[in-house]
Design a protein around this ligand. Structure first.
Ligand SMILES: [Zn+2]
Length: 117
């Protein structure tokens, strides 16, 4: 357990991010429906546009789902008292890094090591 961190602050900001992503996903699901229904009415070019938009929306949805999983993992680690420790080397993650991305699971050194690969 990290005594140096304001764990309530991180819990709150993780929960806020999670609910923002969830309401975003919900809005997209609703907004995405008319595109499919309109396909018979629109021309070939705009249909391709619609398909492209749909593909982009799906990529965003996938990204959001991954982000959601990451946040849920961080929240679990908050509960178990493992929050703020790197999952790879078990060193403490710098508070400044956690403030930028509260869902981060690795320290800066391990993150850099992954980027280099
Ligand atoms: Zn590490």
């Amino acid at each position: 357990m990290r005594d140096d961190l304001d764990l309530n602050f991180f819990k709150k900001s993780l929960e806020e991010r999670l609910s923002a992503i969830r309401s975003g996903l919900e809005a997209k699901r609703v907004a995405g429906t008319p595109v499919e229904l309109d396909q018979s009415k629109v021309g070939r070019l705009s249909r391709m546009d619609a398909m492209q938009q749909q593909a982009m929306a799906q990529a965003t949805t996938r990204r959001n789902e991954l982000e959601q999983e990451r946040i849920q993992m961080a929240l679990k680690r908050l509960e178990s008292g493992d929050y703020g420790y790197c999952v790879k080397c078990e060193e403490e993650i710098a508070e400044a890094r956690l403030r930028v991305d509260p869902a981060t699971l690795v320290c800066i050194d391990c993150a850099r090591a992954v980027e280099k690969k």
